[in-house]
Structure formats: structure tokens, C-alpha cells
Design a protein around this ligand. Sequence first.
Ligand code: ATP
Ligand code: MG
Length: 255
Amino acid sequence: MSEAVTSAASAAPVLVARDIRKVFGALVALDGAEVSVAKGEIVGLIGPNGSGKSTLLHVISGRTPATGGTVTLGGRDVTRAKPSDRIRAGLSIKFQLARVYLDQTVADNLLLAIQSQAPLVSLMLSRSRAAAASTIDELLEGFHLTHARSQLARELSHGEQQWLEIAMAMALKPTVLLLDEPTAGMSREERLATGERIRAARERCGVLIVEHDLDFIRGLCDRISVLHQGKIIASGTPAQIEADPRVQEVYLTRV
Ligand SMILES: Nc1ncnc2c1ncn2[C@@H]1O[C@H](COP(=O)(O)OP(=O)(O)OP(=O)(O)O)[C@@H](O)[C@H]1O
Ligand SMILES: [Mg+2]
């Protein structure tokens, strides 16, 4: 285990979801699932289709109310908090389906993300406007989108739209970043670049990432948790997960 992993694992968790249950009518989507993320840590969440990964992220974000269990952000219980309050408490999410404003420019998409959380009055201050402009420049550069700053989001490639959405989630400077399949549909080069940006993000936050691409997640994550039928069946380093017979049985052999 690297030093970074050891120190991240021993840091106080920035996100803890405990004993999460979510029922849709007769379907039990989450059945006592749990996950925690420390500052500086990248945690992967894997599992077969329909195992509850997106639902767990939705419950953590407040988009879907939990049927049972608790969610804490930075030690604060947000189980019943509105999504907007969770964002103010440091949470940011990139959902599975891209949600960029297609008819706005790339730079304006980032500005809209920043404005969605800044009180209007603060944006009238030139200091805040300057801070927003420098955040936008930084994100455009980090995601190789500087050349596209004045293009409409709809003119971007699929991979670039995904980057824009991750950049919009990072624009809020979260303490916890949730990413649902951020590399879906990307080329190998785009995946590698995405991994670099996520690694850079960990400097100031903890990351929980859902992915189907095991090669990608193996190289990126400090820890991996495996969800199966709404329950976490294994959690450990990528090497421990790959060697775990339960994981091989329910997950690796099926994908
Ligand atoms: N809003 C909803 N209403 C009813 N059932 C739902 C709803 N959202 C999810 N489900 C069901 O809950 C289960 C878990 O779905 P979820 O989308 O969390 O899986 P997933 O692990 O993200 O799958 P995938 O890998 O395909 O994205 C599935 O059986 C799904 O059909
Ligand atoms: Mg999903």
C-alpha cells in the first residue's frame, strides 16, 4: 500500500453512507449497502448491471430519498437534507447521463455551474467574478478544453461533453466528488486523460467513482467496493478485490 493510501485511509472520512436501504415498490435496490471515502482517497464502486450502484449515488446526493440508513458528509448527518444543502456541504456529482447545457458555450456551462451555488450578491463583487474566471481557466486547461471555450457544448465530441460535465462537478470545489461512469463511450486516450484529472482532483477531495472498466479502475482507485444485489460483498485494495473468490463468482466472471 502506498503512503498516500495509508494516510488517506487514516484520515477522517468525508463521506460515510451506512446501512442504506432503498426499495422501489416490490424491488429492493439497496439492502444495507455501505461505503466511506476519506479526503484524498479514490474509492471505486463496481458491480453487475442493476446491482444498485447508481441508486447508491442518488441516495448519497439526495436525488432519491433513502428508505433506511444514514449519510454523513464531513461528520454532519445529511440523511434528510435537500440535494442543494448537500452540495453546500461539499458534495458534487456527475450523473450517469450527461447533463450539460447543449446550447450554451463550454465556458458558460462552467460559469452556470459556479453560479448555481454562489449567492447572487457575491457574483456582483469583482473579486468573486475574478475567482470564477480563474476557476474556469484552470478547468478548461485541465480538461484540454481551452480551444473549445467559445464553442457550443453540442459541438463537442461525446468524450469532451463527458469532460465538461466532470469539470462542472469540479467547479464547485467539492470535498466529495461522485462520478457515475465518467468514461462511458470514451476512447482509450480520453480515458487516460480522465484518470489524470481525477487523480488531480483528489488533492482537495475524496472521490467515489462507479465504473465498468476494470482496467481503468484498477489503476486509479485506492480501494474498491463491490455491490451485488444491493449489498457490498467485498471491499479492499484492487489486488484484494481481484483475488476475492466471492467477487470472481458474482462479478468478474459475468462481465
Ligand atoms: N426510479 C426507479 N424506479 C424503479 N426501479 C428503479 C429505479 N431506479 C433504479 N431502479 C432499479 O433498481 C435496481 C438498481 O438500479 P441501478 O440503476 O442503481 O443499477 P446500476 O448498478 O447503476 O446498473 P448499471 O450498471 O446498469 O448502471 C435495478 O433493478 C433498477 O431497475
Ligand atoms: Mg448505473
